[in-house]
Each structure stands twice: as C-alpha cells, then as structure tokens.
Write a protein of this length. Sequence first.
Length: 115
Amino acid sequence: MSKKNKHRHGNLIPPPGNQPHNPQAVAIGASYRGPLPSPEMLRQYDVVLPGMAERLLQAFERQGDHRRQMDEKTLILNFRLARVGQVVAPFSKLIRRRWLRAVVARQTGSRLTSA
C-alpha cells in the first residue's frame, strides 16, 4: 500500500480493492458517574474549544462555593429561628393559658382561679 493510499484511508477503512461485501458497524460506548466529566472528555473539550476544560472546572468550583455558602446561611437561619422559638414559647404558653381561661369563663359565666 502506498503512503498516499494509507493516508487517504487511514487505519479504519481498507483500500477499495480489499473491502468486504458485508460491511458492519461498530459502536464503542463509555460511561462514567460523577459531577465532572472524565479526564479524557475534558481533554476532548479542550481540543474542540481551547480552555474549555479549565472553564468547566472553575464553574464547578464556583458552584461548590455557592452551595456551601447557601448551606451555611440556612444553618445560621435555622439556629436563629430555634432561638426565637425558645424565647417566644413561654410567652405563647402564657397567652394561650389566659385566652383559654377567658373563653371558659365566658362560657360558664364564672372566673377560674389561677393554677
């Protein structure tokens, strides 16, 4: 096979005289799991658009920072709400108790003594 022929057909397609009469398709698949593309896929992104892999990694890092900030804000807010609940709860109980006494007193026409 000449250099010109080899270059033209590469290693995937045999030269015209050697082609089989029953062509077949070959599929190659790959999969991965995780928040980021595989290193090989990152390299392919860089081939298509130079610097794309770095941009993807930076975006991933920014998203992680944002998520941690939001988690911290949520945690602080939950602690504050719990503290407010602890402060308000005794007054709420006192108010409910007085309201209940007033309702019972209206219905029965009498005053209840303090318990």
